[in-house]
Design a protein around this ligand. Structure first.
Ligand code: SF4
Length: 373
């Protein structure tokens, strides 16, 4: 069915800042979408610094009762219930407006994104309906827009292997596990019993192993947050483990979400973050390994294990410092999911949602060696 733009009804767009969320605004009929995706679809006015769009339609399942987990750093966590209405809570720094899924499909079919979306992603949460509704959303998308591949940002706590097999059978291209924390201790302390949250390290790794089996090489990955208290060596060891299994690593700089249990935790230091970005890229895309890297006693990278000229070439490309995520149709090393300002502000960019220019690369190089600006 092709819908032309002129006959598409103006979208019933519920802006959280002046709309009380009603119990019927829940998935699978409704989803939340990232602000960048809403701007790209022309649903909300707005400009993003130095980038006109996102190439990934990031969607989030939504229920008025919210996520049942309680991760210490997350904007959607249960502990933020008192602070803000679920629909009103920001997630990875930005607002996620609520929209009717059928309207989203109609607008994309009508070309409202001007062909910018190279991927759609369904982010699950910890909720009794999340698994079943994710299946319904995927089926509806594959029936309407199979040409735009789908990633699933999963919630392993409520999933079994059969769920992954079904998602793969229905057309999901990439399966990702938001591991986030790089060590069992940090995972437990930020997502487990310590914060009265149901997630378990072992279950998350079981889901990663299932994903490597069911989805296969290059078709699964993890989210990792730099700055939760891990060393560079610890987070890069996870990157190497995922790469060796055939997957990819999608990095986020820790950002202290207001109202979260970690709102007073310091943002990740620039030099640490830049070294993590560079080393992750070398492991994921430049044939390097952690075995060839050298770390000091603080677990900081002091040698990236590549010849100087090759290292300079990679840094000069700027690619390691761009947002890392699921690929688009252009360059597999570059993420379609550029999540504009999802982990930092335009005045202090940590993950660049656009190609770096020479000045940006100089800026990043200075940060990496902690040279005062
Ligand atoms: S990197 Fe982006 S598209 Fe891929 S799973 Fe994560 S949020 Fe979704």
């Amino acid at each position: 069915m092709s819908a032309d733009i002129d006959n598409v009804q103006p979208m019933q767009f519920y802006r959280p800042d002046y709309h009380i969320k009603t119990p019927d605004m829940r998935s699978p009929e409704y989803v939340q979408m990232s602000t960048a995706a809403a701007i790209t679809l022309g649903l909300i006015p707005g400009k993003m610094h130095r980038t006109a769009c996102t190439h990934c339609l990031n969607l989030l399942v939504t229920y008025p009762e919210g996520c049942r987990a309680n991760c210490a750093y997350c904007g959607l966590a249960r502990h933020r219930e008192e602070a803000r209405d679920y629909a009103d809570r920001n997630f990875i720094r930005v607002d996620w407006p609520t929209v009717r899924f059928s309207d989203v499909i109609a607008r994309v079919q009508a070309g409202a994104d001007r062909g910018q979306f190279q991927r759609m992603c369904i982010s699950m949460i910890t909720h009794p309906n999340s698994d079943a509704d994710t299946i319904i959303l995927l089926q509806q998308w594959m029936a309407a827009l199979p040409q735009i591949p789908v990633s699933i940002l999963s919630n392993p706590t409520t999933m079994e292997k059969a769920d992954l097999i079904e998602l793969r059978r229905l057309g999901a291209e990439i399966f990702t596990v938001a591991l986030d924390a790089a060590t069992p201790t940090l995972f437990e302390r930020t997502r487990g019993k310590s914060v009265d949250s149901p997630h378990r390290w072992e279950k998350y790794w079981q889901a990663i192993e299932w994903a490597s089996e069911v989805f296969g090489p290059e078709r699964f990955g993890v989210h990792l947050i730099g700055g939760l208290g891990e060393t560079e060596q610890e987070i890069l060891s996870i990157c190497q483990r995922i790469k060796t299994m055939g997957g990819h690593n999608h990095m986020f700089a820790f950002y202290p979400e207001q109202g979260s249990l970690m709102e007073d935790w310091p943002a990740v230091p620039h030099d640490q973050w830049r070294r993590i970005q560079l080393a992750r890229f070398i492991i994921d895309y430049a044939g390097g390994t952690i075995q060839n890297m050298i770390f000091n006693t603080f677990g900081q990278v002091i040698d990236f294990g590549l010849p100087t000229a090759r290292l300079a070439e990679i840094i000069h490309s700027g690619k390691p410092f761009q947002t890392s995520g699921c690929p688009g149709s252009d360059d597999t090393e570059i993420s379609a999911c550029n999540r504009p300002y999802g982990d930092s502000s335009p005045s202090d960019i940590l993950s660049f949602p656009f190609t770096l220019n020479a000045l940006d690369v100089e800026f990043v190089k200075n940060q990496m060696i902690n040279k005062p600006l």
